[in-house]
Design a protein around this ligand. Structure first.
Ligand code: HEC
Ligand code: HEC
Length: 208
């Protein structure tokens, strides 16, 4: 069924049902679980959903999940007019209370981590060279570094990493004045010379 629908149709229908849920008030974890509020877009096991361009959440660090949900809620992330995927996610966080965020982060903590499949191929050797600048914050194996606020990249959906790097480079993500972590990435993403360099670095991350 899903395969028969175009990704745009699927995206819009899911968006409408999720948005009507969001309009109903604070989303507690029970409601989120009952209504598959998050998994509708992020995939049944939270493994990501390319049709919606919603990334894998299973295995994501609790501190990073929490910050992103708070940033979406506050409009620090996902508000730029050209950030289409962020615009889809922001209303989903808008009605969450602090308590719901804590509950949801705990709930996601129980989901089984399964690394995403690689879908992007670039020049891994050049990507490896470019990644040296990234390793300082994200770790040599892209495993993330909580002290620096840099999340794990290894095992994430490569199409999602690509979109985020393109969005940072264009200033669609990370340009809100209160987005102190995102703004570091705007600067760092510009060390990647062009779009091919972005594809190459993501291809290298796929090997980690
Ligand atoms: C309407 C579909 C939709 C729903 C429902 C939804 N999301 Fe999202 N979510 C997205 C999309 C699309 C993105 C990618 C945003 C981007 O590219 O910046 C995203 C991004 C995220 C991110 C950022 C991940 C990262 O690596 O930075 C987190 C965290 C997140 N969602 C958590 C949730 C949680 C928790 C719920 C349930 C309360 C939820 N989402 C419900 C579509 C959705
Ligand atoms: C100065 C430290 C630093 C360096 C160096 C750095 N990053 Fe980041 N990166 C961060 C931080 C902090 C975040 C989280 C931003 C946020 O909270 O929104 C991040 C987020 C990201 C994201 C988004 C992940 C997600 O789940 O949404 C990607 C992709 C990324 N970095 C890739 C890279 C690549 C590729 C490089 C090298 C070209 C790099 N980073 C270099 C600090 C850094």
């Amino acid at each position: 069924m899903k395969k028969l629908m175009t990704s745009t149709t699927l995206f819009l229908s899911v968006l409408c049902s999720a948005a009507s849920l969001a309009a109903e008030g604070d989303i507690g974890v029970a409601a989120a679980m009952d209504d598959r509020y998050c998994t509708t877009c992020h995939g049944v096991e939270g493994l990501g959903n390319i049709a919606i361009e919603a990334p894998r959440l299973a295995g994501m660090e609790a501190w990073y999940l929490k910050r992103q949900l708070e940033n979406f809620r506050a409009g620090i992330r996902g508000k730029h007019g050209e950030d289409l995927q962020g615009n889809a996610m922001r209303p989903m966080a808008a009605k969450l209370s602090d308590e719901s965020i804590t509950d949801i982060v705990d709930w996601i903590g129980d989901w089984e981590y399964v690394p995403a499949e690689a879908t992007i191929e670039g020049n891994v050797r050049q990507g490896r060279t470019a990644f040296q600048a990234c390793a300082a914050c994200h770790g040599a194996n892209a495993q993330g570094n909580e002290a620096l606020g840099a999340p794990a990249l290894a095992g994430q959906n490569d199409w999602y990493l690509l979109t985020q790097l393109r969005n940072f480079r264009a200033g669609f993500r990370g340009s809100h004045q209160e987005d102190t972590f995102g703004s570091q990435m705007v600067t760092m993403s510009k060390t990647l010379r062009d779009d091919q360099a972005v594809i190459n670095v993501v291809s290298y991350i796929n090997t980690l």
